[in-house]
Design a protein around this ligand. Structure first.
Ligand code: C5P
Length: 230
């Protein structure tokens, strides 16, 4: 049976390798999966990925790739060589790009697709020429993403149910926008508690600031795990 702690991925949204490794060290007793995104990767490059992997932890490399199919495929190959467990691509790059990514990845690596960013609204979609609702656009992208072999989706917690209803258990769903009741929402507008997100069917929940900006990150994790086990 999967331990509930294995479903929590802590976002290492910090500026330096030192800060990232300090968090990993503090949390690694309970947490075995970390997310490295654009901020940390741009600052520290593959070295930080190797350093976190060397602790025995798993990595979600959240670079949200979006380029011509060949470039995306080569980047996915590089990530496979590094040994990360999960990478993200933008599904709006289209089927050919998605297929290039899923064909290039190592067999034990998951390629997750981003549908519509949580910062986008219907107005953002209109601006780029899409006259549809966010929900319809999410489903449209998810359908051709799944057909092109993506292993799962990064979604807002509010999209878990429609994605699960459409694709069943053959896809993984990783959500962000998670806030325990005691945490400051910050810029997250449509958030959900860890328990609600897991009950709605998320495979992974990505949590950043409620843990990383907490005065005692390890206590924040303990509190979340305690809430999930009661
Ligand atoms: O808000 P928090 O620090 O928990 O964010 C964790 C991750 O969620 C970030 O790394 C970012 O990728 C994503 N995020 C999001 N929507 C926001 C803010 C952050 O999807 N409004």
């Amino acid at each position: 049976m999967t331990n509930v702690a294995d479903k929590i991925i802590v976002a290492l949204d910090v500026a330096t390798k030192e800060k990232a490794l300090a968090l990993v060290k503090q949390l690694q007793h309970d947490i075995s999966f970390f997310k490295i995104g654009l901020q940390l990767y741009t600052a520290e490059g593959p070295e930080i990925v190797r350093a976190v992997l060397a602790t025995g932890a798993k990595i979600w490399l959240d670079l949200k790739l979006y380029d011509i199919p060949n470039t995306v495929a080569r980047a996915v190959e590089s990530a496979s060589t590094l040994g990360v467990q999960m990478i993200t691509i933008h599904l709006s790059g289209g089927s050919e790009m998605i297929r290039a990514a899923t064909t290039a990845r190592a067999s034990n690596m998951l390629v997750l697709g981003v549908t519509v960013l949580t910062s986008s609204t219907e107005q953002t979609l209109r601006e780029i020429g899409i006259n549809d609702t966010v929900e319809n656009q999410v489903i449209r992208l998810a359908r051709f993403g799944a057909a092109a072999g993506v292993d799962g989706f990064v979604a807002s917690p509010h999209e878990i149910k429609i994605l699960r209803a459409e694709f069943g258990d053959r896809i993984k769903i990783a959500v962000q926008g998670i806030r325990p009741n005691w945490a400051d929402p910050g810029d997250q507008k449509r958030f959900m508690t860890p328990r609600d997100a897991l009950e709605a069917g998320a495979d992974y929940i990505g949590i950043g600031r409620p843990i990383t900006k907490h005065a005692q990150p390890r206590e924040a994790v303990a509190k979340i795990l305690d809430e999930l086990s009661n």
